[in-house]
Design a protein around this ligand. Structure first.
Ligand code: ZN
Length: 119
């Protein structure tokens, strides 16, 4: 799981070398920054990237960089709605973590309290 704080600090401190891009698996963007590090432009962009990471909501960061924490919408039968002749249903996510019993208000598939799977 990618950490918002780690990404933000890498962008601020080592953004000129694309460190945060490599960390977030954007290797092409990382290599481009590495090639142009001597122009200082990647370092300047990195400061802005870092501020964005450090000020954005955890939820927004996770939806972008930790999408496995969120259940996909899959075609199924119960609890479903139809669109373009295809039936979809949202995977049932429990309200509480089955392992640590903490509330799962964000409907995550990985518990934000104990890290265990909720489905
Ligand atoms: Zn838990």
């Amino acid at each position: 799981m990618k950490s918002r704080l780690t990404a933000g600090l890498l962008a601020l401190l080592l953004g000129g070398f694309g460190a945060h891009k490599f960390y977030l698996n954007s290797n092409v963007s990382g290599v481009i920054r590495l090639i142009f590090f001597w122009t200082w432009i990647p370092a300047i962009i990195g400061v802005f990237d870092g501020i964005v990471f450090l000020t954005m909501e955890d939820d927004a960061f996770n939806r972008k960089y930790n999408p496995h924490m969120y259940a996909p919408i899959q075609p199924q039968q119960n609890n479903s709605y139809s669109q373009n002749n295809t039936t979809y249903t949202e995977t049932k996510i429990p309200e509480k973590c089955p392992s640590c019993k903490n509330p799962n208000t964000k409907k995550l598939t990985v518990c934000e309290w104990c890290g265990g799977k909720t489905i």
